[in-house]
Ligand binder design. Structure first.
Ligand SMILES: O=c1nc2n(C[C@H](O)[C@H](O)[C@H](O)CO)c3cc(O)ccc3cc-2c(=O)[nH]1
Ligand SMILES: C[C@H]1O[C@@H](n2cnc3c(N)ncnc32)[C@H](O)[C@@H]1O
Ligand code: SF4
Length: 330
């Protein structure tokens, strides 16, 4: 008799390190940033304490998520060096860095490629209309700048994560245009491993009083994204922003297959805590889905990584394999 096949949904056991919350942009939906000069950058010794702790708790991915120092600021070189040093520290402890710190120059990206197993930058939305509203004070959200970044990532063969922020004043047509732009980049370079569909979720410290993007509408966006994007791209949704079990299941039925990084705190949306893994596992099981951990780099890109990172990734793949084997033999 053939065994029943369980379809899988993935997540990445992750911990977020924040090099700095200071940011020269002021996106009206941001709950993360503080003004330049108002934050002390994360030191390597403080980071090491945090990393040793979370490693013992099961984290594999280290998401380096940062506020941005202006490209022409005298501090820019030091900022990038700190990010690079933090990634190197994570690697030295056997953890896998994924950096998302805003737009970078080609040289900055190639510097970070050496110490990251993947990188990311949300395209948000390609319509320039948002530069008059939520992005009026956010020069780094200029669509052309972000599109350029995604193309450079392809040229540099960096496994990449991008995505759409939904419900920030865009029309449905604007969304399809953003998805088309990602599809085009993928046809040219093939480096986009996943696309995050991120529903705008208001928090306590943002300026703009926009509404939550409804999960019902997210289901429709997922279905359309699945039609527009090439099959090789996995669709990711954040489970802490889709709290209702039925709607989470509807998102999976529509084509989402990944729940992103799950860890102790969502730094971008601190008002929305992640559900427990056991709770998620139980919800998914209702419709026959199995929740499985993954690494921040998808296997088809392993050969793009510097040799030293490939070796570490291989070790993690065997560890995960053994864990999955244990589950099946129970
Ligand atoms: O916990 C979070 N992780 C976020 N992540 C982490 C993400 O879920 C994982 O790092 C990737 O799936 C790689 O494993 C992002 C990564 C990106 O490249 C771009 C944007 C995000 C956004 C978030 C986020 O809002 N919250
Ligand atoms: C790191 C990513 O987090 C997303 N982001 C920023 N603020 C919010 C919010 N209030 N709700 C949902 N996502 C947000 C943006 O898309 C950014 O690029
Ligand atoms: S979303 Fe990113 S770029 Fe925008 S203000 Fe927040 S930290 Fe800065």
């Amino acid at each position: 008799m053939p065994l029943p096949t369980t379809a899988t949904v993935t997540y990445s056991p992750a911990y977020t390190l924040v090099p700095t919350y200071e940011c020269f942009n002021r996106c009206a939906y941001c709950n993360f940033r503080v003004d330049p000069g108002e934050d002390v950058w994360l030191s390597l010794s403080e980071a090491e304490t945090q990393l040793r702790r979370v490693r013992s708790q099961g984290a594999i991915e280290i998401l380096l998520l940062s506020g941005e120092v202006h490209p022409r600021s005298l501090q820019r070189v030091d900022w990038l060096q700190r990010i690079s040093d933090l990634a190197e520290l994570a690697l030295s402890l056997g953890l896998l860095p994924h950096t998302n710190v805003g737009p970078l120059t080609f040289e900055e990206m190639s510097q970070l490629k050496a110490v990251n197993v993947s990188m990311g930058l949300m395209l948000e939305q390609v319509t320039p209309k948002l530069l008059e509203t939520v992005h009026r004070h956010a020069p780094s959200k200029v669509p052309q700048l972000r599109l350029q970044q995604l193309a450079w990532a392809g040229e540099l063969q960096i496994p990449f994560t991008t995505g759409l922020l939904l419900g920030i004043g865009e029309t449905p047509g604007d969304r399809w245009a953003t998805l088309e732009a990602i599809a085009q980049l993928q046809e040219r370079w093939g480096h986009i491993q996943e696309v995050i569909l991120q529903p705008h979720s208001p928090g306590q410290s943002q300026v703009w009083q926009g509404a939550t993007f409804a999960a019902e509408e997210l289901v429709e966006v997922i279905a359309t994204a699945r039609q527009i994007l090439p099959d090789g791209i996995t669709l990711q949704i954040p489970p802490n922003l889709v709290q209702q079990p039925d709607l989470l299941l509807a998102c999976l039925a529509a084509g989402a297959r990944d729940l992103g990084g799950i860890g102790p705190r969502d730094e971008v949306n601190p008002d929305y805590s992640h559900p427990e893994l056991e709770t998620l596992t139980a919800i998914l099981a209702r419709e026959g889905w199995q929740l499985v951990p993954r690494l921040p780099v998808y296997p088809k890109y392993d050969h793009w990584l510097p040799k030293r990172l490939q070796t570490l990734v291989q070790q993690w793949r065997s560890t995960l394999q053994t864990q999955v084997g244990d589950v099946h033999s129970n």
